[in-house]
Write a protein that binds this ligand. Structure first.
Ligand SMILES: [Zn+2]
Length: 592
């Protein structure tokens, strides 16, 4: 705009030129400003209105996600002993685009993880964002691999379920799968409390999958599962387990079950199912597991091995069921302790002759002695007096036809005749515990109600859950049904059943210093006629005010098979060892 460049002296021309320059400047200014405003507008649009969209897109492309397992809640016994715990393990992975020296990675991982080089090579050479080489690697090995700091090798920490007591209460506790989920037992039933929720590790990477150093990792911490406190007592369970193992071996039996329950509130203190299995290796099978499983698949064999016979299986109870018949008879008023029965060694019902186990007969006996003798003809007479309709009424009142509601999966129900199909012969056989099937837990819970004053409890293991983070506790409560029989009937039953142990067929179950009530049974396995038996003994203590009730069942013993001879001594030894421990005073110590 310097005027000296314009070589003119004409004032009119000079002012025209000046005007022309001004116009040019103004137009240029407006064009530039317009471009600027347009660019700023676009930028604002991207930054404000589309930022989430683009940030998300960037993250999807460049963020790698790894999940962090939550620590599963532990399972504890009543005193805090840890029955199911977590062990820290590691998983080792490789990231193709980060590996700088593939051969070194292959050699090193092969040596540390005891895997063939070929197997690792395949994964190292795979162009994927991340390849898992091995999981469940012990922590020491994982730490060593991490310390070597090889580019492209990732070590993540992980949890593995660990059962410190091995096979103890295996069919009760159950175990978990690879994804931390419950598969059997309490692990399934309380899964929603135990599981917790997974966390995440998010890593920013560039388009090739290489980590962006500055961005680092974003962690979303997992939430640990809650601890489950159970009513199990490790000491009682261990001792019962030992006795069951011993009986299994000496009697060459198919199985031995023992259940120990608090007779007043249904807390299960012990539940043994020998043979148990190692919870740390639940899928391992041995030769014995295939006995009687010819032609079955491996999964069938595993399922059979994991079955909890105390609740998943039914059996014909035999004479322990006379407790129910006797209580129904007392409630119905068709028998009293003064009633007398006559046993010539058999009883004829319609066209059937039903034998007593004492072929010579028990002769004349009162009700108490009929129970002490476990006399079949006396119980047949009693059953017929009650009648099918009333008998079935008591079945319902006692709760025998619904499930116990135990907090374990897969409880089996009672398999009973339909009332319309029950003639005299069926009624006679039901009266002494034959021709139908129930679970051991159902029998135990019903017997408990009969001797505890008429309260039907819900058998259970779960007492409460604890939040390890906040210390918050949530206790469980279970249905209880009072008054299923009268106090008088309950008292009479306690008296009669104490006589069974002190003087009758349950003598081998007597415990020095303690008042014990109980009933033995010897029943045939089904289908009948194989010459195989189930021997059992049910007993409670103290007889006058039962605190604890237990049942021992030996499935298919060899040699002597009478419940009074082989099952009663198991509970005697158990009670000798646990009654004082459970705080039950012997009458000798009470007198002092
Ligand atoms: Zn008899």
């Amino acid at each position: 705009m310097s005027e000296d460049k314009i070589k003119t002296t004409d004032p009119r021309l000079r002012s025209k030129l000046r005007f022309y320059h001004r116009k040019k400047i103004t137009i240029t200014f407006f064009i530039l400003t317009g471009i600027c405003i347009f660019l700023m507008g676009r930028l604002t649009h991207f930054m404000i209105f589309c930022s989430e969209h683009y940030a998300e897109a960037a993250r999807e492309l460049h963020e790698r996600e790894r999940s962090i397992k939550a620590a599963r809640g532990r399972i504890l016994d009543r005193n805090g002993a840890v029955l199911a715990d977590n062990r820290t393990v590691c998983s080792v992975s490789v990231i193709y685009y980060q590996i700088e020296n593939p051969e070194e990675v292959i050699r090193f991982l092969s040596r540390e993880l005891s895997l063939p080089e070929e197997e690792i090579r395949k994964k190292v050479q795979k162009r994927s964002s991340m390849e898992r080489i091995k999981s469940n690697v012990d922590k020491e090995t994982g730490d060593r691999i991490r310390e070597r700091n090889l580019a492209g090798v990732k070590v993540d920490e992980d949890y593995k379920r660990y059962y410190p007591y091995g096979d103890l209460a295996s069919k009760v506790l159950g175990f978990t799968g690879s994804d931390n989920q419950g598969i059997l037992g309490l692990e399934v039933k309380y899964d929603s409390y135990l599981q917790g929720s997974k966390g995440k590790i998010l890593t920013m990477t560039d388009a090739k999958g290489i980590e962006v150093e500055r961005e680092g990792e974003r962690r979303m911490e997992p939430i640990a599962g809650k601890d489950l406190v159970t009513s199990l007592d490790v000491n009682v369970q261990s001792y019962a387990s030992q006795l069951a193992k011993q009986a299994l071996k000496t009697k060459e039996a198919r199985g031995v079950c023992i259940i120990v329950m608090n007779a007043k509130n249904g807390e299960l203190i012990g539940m043994v199912n020998e043979p148990e299995f190692d919870l740390n290796a639940p899928y391992e099978l041995c030769e014995d597991d295939f006995i009687g499983m010819e032609g079955k698949s491996e999964q069938d064999v595993l399922n059979a091995k994991w079955r909890n016979a105390c609740i998943n299986d039914t059996y014909e109870p035999g004479s322990t069921f006379k407790i129910i018949t006797a209580a129904a008879g007392l409630e119905e008023g068709v028998v009293s302790t003064g009633s007398s029965f006559y046993c010539p060694g058999y009883v004829v019902v319609d066209d059937r002759r039903i034998r007593c186990h004492k072929i010579a007969g028990h002769g004349s006996q009162d009700f108490t002695h009929a129970v002490m003798n476990s006399c079949n003809p006396a119980f047949v007479t009693l059953g017929l007096r009650i009648g099918a309709e009333r008998y079935f009424h008591y079945f319902d009142v006692f709760g025998l036809r619904k499930k116990t509601g135990i907090d374990l999966p897969g409880e089996a129900g009672t398999i009973m005749h339909k009332l319309e199909n029950v003639g005299n012969v069926e009624l006679a056989t039901i009266s002494f515990g034959q021709s139908f099937q129930i679970t051991p837990i159902q029998l135990l819970v019903t017997a408990a109600a009969i001797v505890n004053g008429g309260t039907r409890v819900t058998p259970h293991f779960g007492v409460k859950v604890l939040d390890p983070g906040t210390g918050e506790e949530t206790s469980f409560s279970y249905p209880v049904e009072d008054g299923i029989i009268s106090q008088e009937t309950s008292e009479t039953m306690r008296y009669v059943l104490e006589k069974v142990v002190s003087e009758g067929g349950g003598k081998n179950g007597a415990v020095t210093g303690f008042r014990i009530g109980g009933k033995t049974a010897t029943s045939q396995t089904l289908p009948r006629g194989t010459g195989q038996y189930i021997s059992s003994f049910l007993a409670f203590a103290p007889a006058e005010d039962p605190e604890v009730i237990a049942i021992a069942i030996i499935n298919r013993p060899k040699g002597t098979y009478y419940g009074g001879q082989i099952a009663a001594p198991i509970l005697r030894q158990l009670y000798e060892n646990i009654l004082s421990y459970l705080g039950i005073m012997s009458y000798t110590s009470q007198e002092e």
